[in-house]
Design a binder for this molecule. Sequence first.
Ligand code: ATP
Ligand code: MG
Length: 315
Amino acid sequence: MAWQGVERRADGSPEWSGASTGASSGAAGEPLAEGGVAAMEIEAESMPNQRATGATATRHGEVILDLQHISLAFGGVKALTDISFDVREHEIRAIIGPNGAGKSSMLNVINGVYHPQQGRIVFRGEERRRMNPTAAARQGIARTFQNIALFKGMTVLDNIMTGRNTRFRSGLLANALWWGPARNEEIAHRRKVEEVIDFLEIQSIRKTPVGRLPYGLQKRVELARALAAEPSLLLLDEPMAGMNVEEKQDMCRFILDVNQQFGTTIVLIEHDMGVVMDISDRVVVLDYGKKIGDGTPEQVKSNPEVIRAYLGASH
Ligand SMILES: Nc1ncnc2c1ncn2[C@@H]1O[C@H](COP(=O)(O)OP(=O)(O)OP(=O)(O)O)[C@@H](O)[C@H]1O
Ligand SMILES: [Mg+2]
């Protein structure tokens, strides 16, 4: 299976170029169970790294999210142990690691689903204490899920509209009566949703129930719902898992477009090392709940501990 690398044009927009191997997908487009392992070996020799150039170094802004010494356990299971890393404004920050490494747990800590037993989380200069996902959403953090979380019986349009929930201001009564401000507000929300639909090129399916869509498109709808919240920090948990090459290319392009056009900061969990090396600014590597690497894609790729952990996992 060939993977098309993505490059940035001078204006910063992505452009697909030359084939490289390495996608961690099988023939049927399914991710390999040990996705990072196979991909890391292949990518090390063949993957051109567009992000390691000087052009991208200047893209990083201030630190907006600082995770310090985070530890999280479920009973006796240590999901995260003493993890520290930061996220800078406007960057694409990847989290990689083998299955069970703690990647999704980390996202769940960031958006307040899980509360770590130890550590500090500083978001935009303020330490957060026991924030729940709704509060996180109000602060501009949106996410997609590893297992698609959409209302399968509802249309694409209505699903995306749910992404606006935290932005509704009118009261329940005004909304129920479709009265004055509530009406104007809903029109504004619908306009925003239509913008997102245009942006992600899903006009033709806007009235289709989500459950009837192929998996790849459902993933795109989930991204749309997250974007409808107009997040400043977008958390993506394996947005390309289970996609075929073409769908991955599209998703990659959209992620880069979101990052470039809206300046959205993105934290991305992804098993496909071709994608990670192509589109991330910095990568943090987890293994058994511990951080074993952190740096640019180039640095991470040549980090002996990272290589050892990945190679070790395949034996
Ligand atoms: N709600 C939970 N209750 C108990 N254990 C959990 C829970 N969530 C995660 N874990 C455990 O924490 C560890 C890390 O899981 P996590 O889902 O964060 O890994 P991951 O890196 O996202 O893996 P994958 O690549 O398979 O998605 C695993 O041992 C998992 O079983
Ligand atoms: Mg996960």
